[in-house]
Design a protein. Structure first.
Length: 165
């Protein structure tokens, strides 16, 4: 091999090494660019995720607050309704007991009148039976109203103290 051929081989080997280094540097720079772009993209995605999470938290909190307010309003309305029903039931029971008292007074007056007029207690017998049935019916109605009040309070999940005046 001659000196020029040897030089040519060395210069080709040197230029191949330079080209290989250049190719390696180019690939390395491209890799660095891609890595930087991926890092920037990850940062953008992370920022978007954080923003979405913040918005989700805010929306969830707003919904919870709205539902809590609505539940409180519904509870207040329910308690008010229970108070009104309790008052109405108490009034009906009071009126029934008042009627019962009037009927008893009237019966006693009628009995005294018949006896004072010289009548006997047999005359009052039929009236007493009817009156007994009416009084029993009034008592049953009063019990039913009391039971209904207790049932409404129990099923409503309201404590008696909530509606007691």
């Amino acid at each position: 091999m001659s000196a020029s051929a040897s030089n040519q081989g060395t210069s080709q080997g040197g230029s191949q090494a330079a080209r290989a280094r250049d190719s390696f540097d180019l690939v390395k720079r491209l890799g660095d660019v891609v890595l930087k772009k991926q890092t920037v993209k990850r940062a953008e995605v992370s920022k978007q995720i954080d923003q979405l999470l913040d918005r989700l938290r805010a929306d969830s909190n707003a919904l919870c607050e709205a539902e809590t307010r609505q539940a409180a309003q519904m509870h207040a309305a329910h308690v008010q309704t229970m108070k009104e029903l309790d008052t109405e039931l108490r009034e009906q029971i009071r009126r029934l007991l008042e009627c019962y008292g009037i009927i008893k007074d009237n019966m006693a007056t009628a009995n005294a009148t018949v006896l004072a007029a010289g009548g006997d207690s047999a005359t009052l017998g039929g009236g007493r039976d009817e009156l007994g049935l009416e009084l029993a019916e009034l008592a049953q109605r009063a019990e039913a109203l009391s039971g209904a009040a207790a049932k409404i309070v129990k099923e409503g999940g309201v404590e008696y103290e909530d509606i007691r005046e």
